[in-house]
Every structure is written in structure tokens, then in C-alpha cells.
Design a protein around this ligand. Structure first.
Ligand SMILES: Nc1ncnc2c1ncn2[C@@H]1O[C@H](COP(=O)(O)OP(=O)(O)OP(=O)(O)O)[C@@H](O)[C@H]1O
Length: 805
């Protein structure tokens, strides 16, 4: 018998008692032996020919064992770790009921493990630890109501021992198992901790759901990799110092208050949920931590987690974390992907969700919810918006603020067939000389440009003139202007606000001049969101050392201001490199004189002031403009060649393209726009049109209309011409304004006597019929109102023509 134990060999019955197979047929089919094993066993074991009466004695134990196993298999199908507690309860109930069943069948069980039961529970035949024999390596005796398992002491080849869900108080039998690798003694009645001589290679131990109250020295268990001690009564972590292979430690549902005794361990998975921990101290040296569960504790700060670079999953559900700033401790954890902060006071913060996502952009799951890309983008836009978003927000603010004020027509928005209102923007870092360049340019080309002084809250430097360089205003005035929608764009630089006032541009536009303004890149970005389409010239010092020296010598700026300005040089150069065409031209500001010559040359080209088109940007010495013959205030872009259009680096491609396309606008459309333009100017000059609409007027206006029947001209803007097409004169009289319904009747004579035979009326009827047909075929065109209500009110803003926003 001793030989059979030491070999972990068990007798294999050739047949089971008949009564057993009838009462529990599934138990037989769930027997762990394969045919192969059986053959193997009978071939190697001297116990293979066990006498039949031995089984009669043990049949009741086998029955117990099989019923337990049957129930366990049944329960395993629905096993879920999250429901562990419930399962344990169910299992307890199941144990109790199976126990009573058995007791009913065979009387009281004394809890002593017998050899026959072990024989049935052995499985996994393999080479023994010594490598010399075939032996059963595993035994599963879970849920057998065992109290005394001392018989196992002789099973020296066991590698895996499952004694879970029993009533065991003493595990000293394990001392006789030198090859044991895994021990599951969960759900027993153990009060002592590892009270057996250490199996040298013991790796995984589960002592959960026992009554252990103290951890003892485990220095003998150096091979230990996984230790589960959940649901005990442990108050202090200790004895683990020499467990140099321990990677998984679980001490959930104990009475631990501090995280001591864990230093220098290679723990990757640490579970300390449902304890009484208040501070995360003592984890500093656990550099391998990957998964940490500290849920259901009393933790109020995340301090102590900031250096765990390998941390991937962190569960802090149901703690006392209240402040958003606590998230900063997790900010630099590069691998953190899953975080649970449910049921913490921090959840009540209004910014909680997006703030945490923003701080921990690598998260894939927060509070059991997947973090989407859209949420990450929103979080970034909220807390650290990219420059484009800042510019869009700035633009939006000014549009909304200005829309809330009474509307009026702007000179700078007047429709034009050729190009939008001309503006020149000099962009570059602070004090690079762009302001001086702008002033010189406006002096030289004073019939074309005027300097547009921005508003600023900064005090003037010595020598600066109010309204000459800036409009110097107080913060209160600035705020007031902002709320009144006065600005086209604003920008905060250093401690001061800057803004481009719409009235500044309007004043210059009213005088028929182009605006020349200098600003930083933020202003450029915001302006690019608007309908303005200026030319942007980048003025940037290429020699940073020289630039820095110049700033220092100026004596106006603090060290930090100088550093900021110099650092922005690279920003400008980078933008110019990364976004070709972002600036229409770039001028090196290292030498301001050369820079000005280049600028002036460029402007003459733009204005088409030279007889010969400029070849390159070689500096010119004579910059007097008296000999120049300006053809037009701004060169007609529609005359540009296709090579001009392809050259998008130094000219505004879109403007040229639109201008070229506009050259192909049908004549009727052009006439309509001309009329619009004319009307808008009249309105600006204070002349209120007699009718509300710009297109249909009462007074006859002579408009050249080509004779054609092409219905293509039936556009909203060309409605006037639609009707005119039914006349064959070159010049038609716009009819609607002076026609009453009475006049529309066929046969009625034109009061001016110009329509013999009612041709005009017929034309109008045809037109009405065509409009009707047109409206039923496509989108509904607005039927021209002959007399709109409220026609004596102020004119509305004219629509912005194609090519503009
Ligand atoms: N409305 C604006 N939007 C954006 N940037 C602006 C605006 N107004 C001024 N700036 C820029 O803010 C920066 C700081 O202005 P500051 O008056 O201190 O410098 P500056 O002496 O005018 O510089 P520079 O001589 O290069 O024009 C300058 O680069 C200026 O061009």
C-alpha cells in the first residue's frame, strides 16, 4: 500500500458497484480517466487487480465523491469570477444538500480521507518529479467535506493538490509532497498559515476563504509566484520579503490598513480590495506592478502611484477620491489603459469625465466604459485646444458678438466682381520690425495703403503715439468693445490684449484704401477664418542671435519676454515649411533696409506698378513711385495666366481662381451683381432704396440684357433678366416695380405706349408660366414680391458674392 501511495498510484476498479451506476449515471461518464490512462494504469500499477470487496467498503465514499464532482462540474459551467461570492454561497448550499443526501444514504461521514477516495480523485498520469516513474500528479478533492487529509502525506509525487471547499484545519500532510507546485486550500477552516514543511517548488497557493489572521515568515517559499489570501482576517502584510518570485498577490477582503511589507517584490498583480487602506504608501518599490485593485478602501489621494511606469489597470472603485487634481498623479503613467473611479466623490465634479480623459489620453476604458476617439478629441479641444481651434473660437466669439448688435453694411464687405477688399498683413514675432515696415510702406504707397492700428491694453512705450501705432485702451474699454462685437480678431500676448477693430478697417475702406496691418500668427489664424482674404507676408529674423541681441538692447522687454519672442521665430519658420502657401511671401528681417526693399518690390508687383514685370526680388535702391503708372488700384486678377494660377506659393491662388472663374459669369449674372453693388453703395451713402428688395425696383432702370432664350439665366440673381428676355430690344425696361395686377391682364396697353399688341404682358405671362414650371421641377425659387411689406425699412446686407465666404 505504501508503494502505491508513494507512486500516487490508485487502484482502478474494473467495474463500479451496480447500484452506483444506476443512481448517478453521469458520474461515471465524468470520470477523469481516459481509456489511455486506464490501459496505462493497468499496465504499470501492481494495484490494478484490486479485490472486488475493497470497493464495496468504499462505495459510499465513492458515491460521495462522485456526487460532489457532478455538482462541481455543473457549477463550473456558470462560473464567473465576479460572482465568486454568490458561487461560494451556492456551493455551500450545494455542499450541505449533498452532504445531507449522503448522510441519508449511508449515515454520518467522519471527514477522514480514505485511500479509496484518493484513488478515485487522482488524475493526470505523468512522469514523477524524480523522473524515474509514471505516477498520478494531480488530485482533486474539492467539496468532499473532508476534515482529516493526513493520508495524503504519503502521496509524494503529487504536483497539484486541490482541497478546496472542505473542513480542513490542518495541512501538515503537504510536508510530504516535495514536488508539489500548486495548492488550493480555499474555503476551509485553516487558521494557521503554511503550517507545513515547504515543498521546494511550490508556486501557486490559494488560501482564500479561511480563518487565517496572521501572516508568518515565508522565506522558505522562494519559488512562490502566486499567493491568494482573500477573505481571511489578516491585518498586516508581512513575511513576504524573500518571496523573490512572487508576481501575483491577492489579499482582498481582509483587515489591512497599511501597505507595508511589500518592498522590492516583483509583484505584477496586486489585489487589496475591500480592506481599510487609507493611503497608497509602501508601493514605491513595486516597479513591476501592472494590475492594481484597491477598490472598496478609504483612499482619498492617488499619491504613491505616480512612478509605476508599467501600470496598465487600476481599480479604485468606491474610495474617497474627491479632487480632480489627484489625477495628476496618474498623468505620467505611460501604459495606463483601464481606470475605475466609480463611486468616488470625484464623480460629482462637473468636468470629471473630459478632464480625466484629457489628463490620461491613453485610457481605453474609464469607469467600465469605453473611451471613444471623439471623446478624446473633445477633451483636448476643451483643455488644450490646438491653434486652429483657438482661432476658430476667437472668430466665433466675434461673429456672435457682432451679430447681437444692430446690423449695417460694411464697406469692406461690399460685393466686388474682381477681388475681395484688399488687405496686407505683415506677420512675425514681436519687435522684428514689421511695424516699422508697415509704416514705411503706407508712407510710400500712401495712395493705396493706410496703416491699420490695432487696439491694445498695453501701455505705450516711449515714443509710441496713440492711434499712430496702436489705440491704447484700458482693459475695461477692451472688454466693452469685445462684448459689443467691435473686433474682427483678438489675441492675448504676454499680459496684454490686442484686437483688430472692425471700424479701423472700415474707416480705411471707406476712403478707398487698402489696410496694412501687423500681427502675430494667432491673429493670422483667426483672420483666415473670416471672409477677409488678405495677402500675408511673413517677416521673420533668420539670425536668432542677432534678433535676441536687438531685443535685449531695446531695453523694453524682460528676459522672459525676450526668450518668448526668440522661441517664436522657430514657430514661424516651421509653419512656413509645413504649410506651403500659408504666407504669400517671406521676408528675412535680419536687415530691415533690405527687408523693406524686398517688401516694396513685392508690393509694386502686386499693384502692377512696374512697366516690366519684376524678375525675382533683388533689392532696388530707388523706391520712389513717382514714375510708376498705376493701371488700377489692384491688378485685375482675371487677366492672370494659368502659370500664375499654378504658382500658389507667393500669390493667393484661390482669389485668382475665383476671379478667373468669375470672368466666365454669364452677362445677366454680372449685370445683376453690378446692380447689387450699385444699390449697396447707394445704401452706404445713406440713400434708402424705395423698395426693400435690391433686385426688383419700382423705378425703371436701364440694364443691358442680351437677347437670348436660354433658360440658364433663370437664376435667383438674374430674375430681372428672365422677364427681359421676352423683349427683343437690347435694353429692356425692368417691368415689375410699376406693374399692378391690372396691368398684367392681356390686352391692356402699356402706359408708355411701348408695347403694341400687349407683347409686354404676354412676355410677363410667359415668364410667370415658366417660373411656375421651374418651381415645380426644381427647388422652389422665391416668387418675386412686387411690393414687400415694410418696404420703407432699412436695406438688408447684400449677399456676399461667389468666391467669398
Ligand atoms: N490684433 C493683433 N492680433 C495679433 N497680434 C497682434 C495684434 N496687434 C499686435 N499684435 C502683435 O503682438 C505682438 C506684441 O505687440 P507689441 O506691441 O508688444 O510689439 P511691437 O513692438 O508692435 O512688435 P513689432 O514691432 O514687431 O510690430 C507684436 O508682434 C504685434 O505685431
Amino acid at each position: 500500500m505504501a508503494a502505491s501511495r508513494s507512486g500516487s498510484q490508485r487502484p482502478k476498479p474494473s467495474s463500479l458497484p451496480g447500484g452506483l451506476s444506476i443512481s448517478c449515471p453521469e458520474a461515471l461518464s465524468s470520470s477523469p480517466y481516459s481509456d489511455n490512462e486506464r490501459q496505462c494504469f493497468s499496465a504499470t500499477s501492481p494495484m490494478g487487480q484490486q479485490p472486488k470487496d475493497a470497493f464495496k467498503k468504499t462505495s459510499s465514499y465513492l458515491l460521495r465523491q462522485l456526487i460532489h464532482r457532478y455538482r462541481r462540474l455543473d457549477a463550473e459551467e456558470t462560473w464567473d469570477e465576479d460572482e465568486e461570492e454568490d458561487q461560494v454561497e451556492d456551493q455551500d448550499e450545494s455542499e450541505a444538500s449533498s452532504e445531507s443526501e449522503i448522510q441519508n444514504m449511508e449515515g454520518e461521514f467522519d471527514g477522514v480521507l480514505r485511500e479509496e477516495v484518493v484513488a478515485e480523485a487522482l488524475h493526470k498520469l505523468g512522469r514523477s518529479g524524480g523522473g524515474t516513474e509514471q505516477a498520478y500528479l494531480n488530485v482533486t478533492l474539492s467539496g468532499c467535506a473532508l476534515v482529516d487529509v493526513s493520508i495524503l502525506r504519503g502521496y509524494v509525487h503529487l504536483q497539484k493538490l486541490d482541497l478546496s471547499v472542505n473542513k480542513i484545519e490542518d495541512l501538515s500532510c503537504v510536508s510530504g509532497m516535495p514536488y508539489l507546485l500548486e495548492l488550493n486550500a480555499s474555503q476551509n477552516k485553516l487558521t494557521t498559515f503554511f503550517n507545513f514543511k515547504s515543498p521546494k517548488n511550490l508556486k501557486k497557493v490559494d488560501f482564500s476563504y479561511n480563518q487565517i489572521s496572521e501572516m508568518s515568515d515565508l522565506s522558505a517559499y522562494q519559488a512562490l509566484t502566486k499567493l491568494i489570501l482573500d477573505s481571511n482576517e489578516i491585518e498586516e502584510i508581512k513575511g513576504l520579503e524573500l518571496c523573490s518570485n512572487l508576481t501575483h498577490l491577492s489579499l482582498a477582503k481582509n483587515k489591512i490598513t497599511t501597505l507595508n511589507g511589500l518592498s522590492m517584490l516583483p509583484i505584477k498583480i496586486l489585489c487589496l480590495s475591500n480592506n481599510q487602506i487609507e493611503k497608497i504608501t509602501g508601493l514605491e518599490d513595486l516597479k513591476a506592478l501592472q494590475i492594481v485593485d484597491l477598490s472598496n478602501n478609504q483612499i482619498s489621494s492617488l499619491q504613491g502611484l505616480e512612478n509605476h511606469d508599467l501600470l496598465e489597470v487600476l481599480n479604485l472603485e468606491e474610495n474617497k477620491i474627491a479632487e480632480l487634481r489627484e489625477i495628476e498623479y496618474l498623468e505620467n503613467l505611460p501604459l495606463l489603459r483601464v481606470l475605475n473611479l466609480l463611486r468616488n466623490p470625484i464623480q460629482e465634479k462637473s468636468d470629471y469625465w473630459f478632464f480625466v480623459i484629457f489628463m490620461l489620453l491613453r485610457l481605453t476604458e474609464l469607469d467600465h466604459k469605453k473611451v471613444t476617439v471623439e471623446e478624446k478629441v473633445s477633451a483636448v479641444n476643451k483643455y488644450d485646444p490646438p491653434p486652429e481651434v483657438i482661432a476658430a473660437q476667437d472668430h466665433l466669439t466675434h461673429v456672435v458678438n457682432s451679430m447681437m448688435q444692430p446690423q449695417r453694411i460694411f464697406y469692406s464687405t461690399l460685393p466686388s466682381l474682381d477681388a475681395p477688399y484688399p488687405m496686407l498683413i505683415l506677420a512675425g514675432p514681436q519687435a522684428c520690425g514689421k511695424r516699422e515696415l508697415a509704416h514705411r510702406l503706407c508712407r510710400q504707397f500712401s495712395t493705396y495703403f493706410r496703416y491699420g492700428a490695432c487696439h491694445t491694453t498695453r501701455p505705450p512705450y516711449f515714443g509710441e503715439g496713440d492711434r499712430v501705432d496702436y489705440h491704447f485702451i484700458s482693459q475695461e474699454v477692451y472688454d466693452e468693445m469685445l462684448h459689443m462685437g467691435k473686433f474682427i480678431l483678438t489675441f492675448r500676448y504676454g499680459d496684454h490684449n490686442y484686437g483688430l477693430n472692425r471700424d479701423t478697417v472700415e474707416g480705411i475702406a471707406r476712403d478707398g484704401l487698402a489696410s496694412c496691418i501687423h500681427m502675430e500668427i494667432e491673429g493670422v489664424r483667426s483672420l483666415k477664418c473670416s471672409y477677409f482674404e488678405p495677402r500675408y507676408i511673413l517677416v521673420v529674423p533668420m539670425n536668432k542671435t542677432k534678433y535676441e541681441g536687438y531685443l535685449r538692447r531695446k531695453g523694453l522687454f524682460s528676459r522672459a519676454e525676450v526668450e518668448l519672442a526668440v522661441s517664436r521665430v522657430d514657430l514661424y519658420i516651421k509653419i512656413n515649411q509645413n504649410f506651403p502657401g500659408y504666407f504669400d511671401a517671406v521676408i528675412n528681417a535680419d536687415d530691415l533696409e533690405i527687408a523693406y526693399q524686398k517688401l516694396s518690390q513685392l508690393i509694386r508687383e502686386y499693384l502692377d506698378l512696374t512697366e516690366e514685370p519684376a524678375k525675382g526680388l533683388a533689392p532696388t535702391t530707388d523706391i520712389s513711385t513717382s514714375h510708376l503708372i498705376p493701371k488700377e488700384p489692384f491688378r485685375k486678377l482675371s487677366t492672370l495666366s494659368s502659370s500664375d494660377l499654378l504658382d500658389s506659393t507667393d500669390k493667393n491662388y484661390i482669389v485668382k481662381l475665383c476671379a478667373t472663374l468669375s470672368a466666365k459669369t454669364p452677362p445677366a449674372e454680372r449685370h445683376s451683381m453690378q446692380r447689387q453693388h450699385e444699390r449697396a453703395w447707394q445704401a452706404l451713402m445713406g440713400k434708402t432704396p424705395p423698395d426693400h428688395t435690391l433686385l426688383f425696383q419700382r423705378g425703371p432702370v436701364r440694364v443691358p440684357v442680351p437677347v437670348t432664350s436660354d433658360l440658364h439665366y433663370f437664376t435667383k440673381l438674374g430674375e430681372l433678366q428672365e422677364a427681359s428676355e421676352f423683349y427683343d430690344d437690347d435694353y429692356a425696361v425692368t417691368p415689375f416695380g410699376s406693374y399692378s395686377e391690372e396691368r398684367m391682364k392681356p390686352g391692356k396697353e402699356n402706359p408708355k405706349g411701348k408695347d403694341p399688341g400687349g407683347r409686354e404682358n404676354i412676355a410677363l405671362l410667359k415668364y410667370a408660366a415658366l417660373r411656375q414650371r421651374n418651381s415645380s421641377q426644381s427647388e422652389k425659387p422665391a416668387v418675386p414680391s412686387i411690393c414687400r411689406p415694410g418696404s420703407n425699412t432699412k436695406p438688408i446686407l447684400p449677399p456676399i458674392p461667389q468666391g467669398r465666404k
